[in-house]
Design a protein around this ligand. Sequence first.
Ligand code: M6R
Length: 628
Amino acid sequence: MCGIVGYVGKAVAPDNKVSPSHRPQEVVLEGLRRLEYRGYDSAGIALAAPGMTELASAKKAGKLTNLKNEILQNPLPEATAAIGHTRWATHGGPTDRNAHPHLADNGRLAVIHNGIIENFAELKAELVEAGVTFLSDTDTEVAAHIIARCYKGTEDLTEAMRLAVGRFRGTFTLLAVAAEDPTTVVGARHDSPLVVGLGDGENFLGSDVAAFVAYTKDAMELEQDQIVTITPTSVNVINFDGTPGKGKTYAVDWDAEAGDKGGFASYMDKEIHEQPQAIADTLRGRVDANGALQLDEVSIDESVFRAIDQIIVIACGTAAYAGQVARYAIEHWCRIPVEIELAHEFRYRDPIVNEKTLVVAISQSGETMDTLMAVRHAREQGAKVLSIVNAQGSTIPRESDAVLYTHAGPEIAVASTKAFTAQITAAYLLGMYLAQVRGNKFPDEIDSLLSALKAIPAKVQTVIERGEYVKATARSMKSADSVLFLGRHVGYPVAMEGALKLKELAYIHAEGFAAGELKHGPIALIDEGLPVFIIVPSPRSRTGLHSKVVSNIQEVRARGARTLVIAEDGDDAVRQFADEIFWIPNCPTLMQPLLAAIPLQIFAMELATTKGLDVDQPRNLAKSVTVE
Ligand code: M6R
């Protein structure tokens, strides 16, 4: 949820004299710009420099631009260390006073936080009793005062953090900086993301690598329940129990430019256009010298894959729809029952999971708390967990038994697009891998599936190039206040994904239905002029569903619906029943979601744009949901 940046560096000149600069402020503001997708209810910064009796800080409700304007009007001093925060509000409304950083000890210590301190009320009562005055409604301010009190007792910020975290329940990443120690930033993580950027004479902390990738590609993963202390020349990790800790270093595999808009009007537009590449990159390098499919990091023995008798896919939102699509393919290819479950429901229903269960966790960010908790629950029950994740260095892959990365590059827009198609691609690779290991398919059958998948990026490109007609249709529907989406088989999760895109971007009531369910209730919603998207299976599909869906189109049209049909090139049977047709190239039935999703993404983006809405940062949302 919230974005966190910490920086120390460039403090000591060759003559060993302190030479502060504006770099800490620049680095933190740039980091916040790149992390703003994590939350945009408010933004703030705190700076430390030698000689300061209290920290300099600024914070503003609303988007980062408000903070930048505030700093332009009231410039901040030069500094040697800085922390910055972009917020998705949990405790306390999105106001100036609730914006982070929160200060304690008369402005001498500042704290930023991602997560929720669940026992904040009891800690606050204790502090109020001791005479502390609170200036915000947040749980974070409680943490700031506790850390400040521990700091007074120890005069060591790392030890203060260590003592303080022992008092917190919940989930948190916390960063602290103190006026007395202006070349140190201390961070702590418990079930919330934090990575370290390793620089030359400077070091960084961030919620993810986007915070510092403009400055360094050398990163370090931390484990849960660790504290990291950065100075310009050192990075020291300890565990919450005080024992020495160790991080795992790695090189970030994308450039800072990948996180820029690259000439597109929005990140979402750019990411829609990146889908051919994202799918191709996810497929790349998956076949070994013997022609066998391979995954990324697997500590699951092939014998375990052969022994599994069920697969449960856990994910949230768009990632769950990707899982739902994949279910059709995996069951068909591997003849294993596949269940798909929303991660936040999974562990609360006492699922039947054991060592013969393969749990597949799908997540773009690799940090979604609901999914992470479900992963932990599954492993506790003895299941093996394989994750399909986009963000390198994130928590879910680290806590999984195996990982298959989607190489989609950074996805910045809150609405997921390229992650969705890359997740389907990766899940299909997993299906093929299982079919290979379990002997459900001959190598030449796997080859032909892989070839069909490899042909998809060019077809996605074709769909994108046809986007202008989709956009024109969207512009004509500015006043729509409800839109339905229908699909069958793999088209059903695509319908739900289309509805989700429209809800989150254009704030329109939208629902996706299995078209077969229509006559069991939802058809009562059809009214004169109601827009209904219908995803039509290929007329060549052996599922026999094409004619059923064509009947569904007629049923809704007969009741006055405006039919917006996604159909394969040359499908003449649908033409006469469609008010608008968005054509997609021919492809095997199971691959169709990779094409059919694209017009729906473009439609939602364009309709939101036409309504003057921010497509990259829709209201109330954040890119990565790191609280339950
Ligand atoms: O990072 P994750 O893939 O785990 O995120 C899951 C959902 O929060 C995410 O897909 C969300 O539904 C998107 N905003 C939808 O566009």
